[in-house]
Design a protein around this ligand. Structure first.
Ligand code: URA
Length: 193
């Protein structure tokens, strides 16, 4: 257990010192923090979002803003306690003006996600949104199963060491009210897995 804590601390320290990142200047300019990840270090379920929003970058905590409220509601709807899961993003710093992460940014930060997965060893990875779906499925041998999120959300895919369940991003339910019932159904599948 101690080893796991130490490995995660090392990941954290490296991200804190990631001065080569094109997003590092955003931290300095806006007094933003990197968002490393939060939750149970032996979690069976790991949620992987896209990149921190403004609230997240201000606090250093993942999914603590509006999308986080939706995520909390979804977890509650199926009786999963937020403190039992681990929540992180592919990109650990906030892209300016909430834009989508760029391929170079994903390439730079993804190895930290890979290490978090290797250390925590979740049984299920729930990807939130298409960026994490594409990255995780491509990286872990499920590229042949990839499709548009509107088709493959809520399906369960088996990678070598864990299952992958692609989900819509919780923020999508803020703009598209009809996606909330879909997300709730998908969370039931996640709970069953
Ligand atoms: N959106 C994300 O993808 N991640 C967060 O942490 C918050 C909003």
């Amino acid at each position: 257990m101690k080893e796991r804590e130490e490995s995660l601390r090392k990941v954290k320290d490296e991200i804190l010192n990631l001065k080569d990142s094109p997003l590092y200047a955003e931290r300095v300019e806006n007094k933003y923090l990197p968002v490393i990840g939060e939750g149970n270090h032996s979690a069976e379920i790991m949620f992987v979002g896209e990149a921190p929003g403004k609230n997240e970058a201000k606090t250093g905590r993942p999914f603590c803003g509006r999308a986080g409220k939706v995520l909390d509601e979804l977890l509650l709807s199926v009786g999963i306690d937020r403190k039992d899961v681990y929540i992180t993003n592919i990109v650990k710093d906030r892209p300016p003006s909430n834009r989508d992460p760029l391929p170079d940014e994903i390439a730079l930060y993804a190895p930290f996600l890979d290490r978090q997965i290797e250390i925590i060893k979740p049984k299920v990875i729930a990807t939130l949104g298409r960026f994490s779906m594409q990255y995780v499925m491509n990286r872990y041998g499920l590229d042949f199963e990839l499709g548009v999120i509107s088709r493959i959300h809520g399906q369960v895919f088996s990678a070598k060491n864990f299952k992958v369940v692609p989900l819509y991003h919780p923020a999508s339910a803020i703009y598209n009210q009809h996606l909330l019932p879909t997300l709730k159904e998908d969370f039931k599948i996640l709970k069953a897995v």
